[in-house]
Design a protein around this ligand. Structure first.
Ligand SMILES: [Fe+2]
Ligand SMILES: [Fe+2]
Length: 358
């Protein structure tokens, strides 16, 4: 990019000679015959990069012009000043230095030297410009890359969430329970975790992980999975394997969601009071996420229509959970979670109605 030079000099001959020789070098030049006009031109034209100025001039001297130009210019504008001084101008030269003047030329000057000084100023300006361009480019590049990384992360999270949902749907394909069941289980578990004041991360994890509770049913034979009547002891033994199978499948990954899902798959048929499967553990030995899914899975099974039972009302479902019916007993569930359930029965009902089976 070329530079624009303003020559401020009251002696016409000197001014003409300076302007002509700089124009011969290819510079764009404008001129002023005193400091007052020079100042107006500097402030009016932001394209002026270099000011070559005499010191002693009528109306306004060079030092005052430079001082006012430095004060009046916009903050991010840079102008290089070069002073042309006669003999004995030492004091003015010091004043000029204080104002940040770049260079001096002694009058009468040699034209080659004038061009040499201007070229040095031009190099400095070009260096500063390319530095500014580099900074701007760098900032733009950083912003662009940050956005790319963020987009990638969002994509990755979406892909991950969708992969988990696909796995849940795949396991559900072999199950007489519906796709809406697994959706509801995720939403109920999410609600209970929220009521327990879990962190946002943990709440999101259980939302994704809970639908995978029966992923192990992929390995359960159809004859058992789809049997309309009650299972005999041997068949029930095989059915129970789905908890271990689910854990075996889901614990292949170290991802936090998969770890939660593996815990849920393994522990969702354990009972708070003991007597559940596969490990017959009890109380706090059962991971909290599994205890949550145990409760909401029973709630949903009671509410839904299944091959072996009709749909139960909210009232009947809650009375079975809180009072027992001979098969289900409140002692099966974590008492703290029963309290939480009691505090959000209307929201549970809303989730059931939102994704009701058709
Ligand atoms: Fe299960
Ligand atoms: Fe289930």
């Amino acid at each position: 990019m070329s530079v624009k030079i303003l020559v401020v000099e009251d002696e016409d001959v000197i001014r003409d000679v300076a302007v002509d020789s700089l124009m011969d070098e290819g510079y764009e030049c404008i001129e002023a015959c005193n400091g007052a006009i020079g100042l107006d031109m500097i402030l009016a034209d932001p394209k002026i990069d270099i000011v070559l100025s005499d010191i002693l001039m009528p109306k306004k001297n060079g030092i005052d012009m430079i001082s006012e130009a430095v004060k009046g210019k916009s903050e991010n504008r840079s102008i290089e000043f070069i002073i042309m001084t006669g003999h004995g101008g030492a004091e003015e030269a010091i004043d000029a230095l204080k104002l940040g003047v770049l260079d001096f030329i002694q009058k009468p000057f040699d034209l080659d030297y004038l061009v040499h000084v201007v070229k040095r100023a031009e190099e400095l300006i070009n260096l500063r410009r390319s530095n500014q361009d580099y900074q701007l480019n760098l900032e733009a590049k950083v912003t662009e890359k940050t956005q790319e990384v963020q987009d990638l992360l969002v994509n990755l999270q979406m892909a991950h969430g969708e992969a988990l949902a696909c796995l849940a749907v795949a396991s559900d394909y072999r199950d007489p329970e519906t796709g809406n069941h697994i959706r509801r289980i995720g939403a109920y578990a999410h609600l209970i975790a929220k009521k327990l004041n879990w962190s946002d991360t943990r709440i999101d994890e259980i939302l994704l992980a809970a639908p995978l509770h029966d992923a192990g049913k992929i390995g359960t034979p159809d004859l058992i999975l789809l049997k309309p009547g009650p299972l005999d002891d041997n068949e029930f033994l095989i059915m129970k394997q789905h908890a271990l199978n689910g854990h075996a499948i889901l614990s292949q990954s170290d991802h936090p969601v998969m770890k939660v899902a593996a815990n849920i798959a393994l522990g969702h048929h354990e009972r708070w009071s003991g007597g559940g499967y596969p490990h017959n553990i009890k109380g706090a030995e059962i991971p909290i996420e599994a205890r949550i899914v145990t409760l909401v899975d029973v709630y949903d099974a009671l509410r839904s229509k299944r091959p072996y039972k009709s749909e139960f009302s909210q009232e009947k479902t809650l009375s079975i959970i809180f009072e027992g019916d001979g098969r289900t007993n409140p002692s099966h569930f974590d008492p703290e979670l029963l309290e939480v359930l009691e505090s959000c029965v209307d929201e549970m009902n809303l989730i059931y109605s939102k994704w009701i089976d058709v």
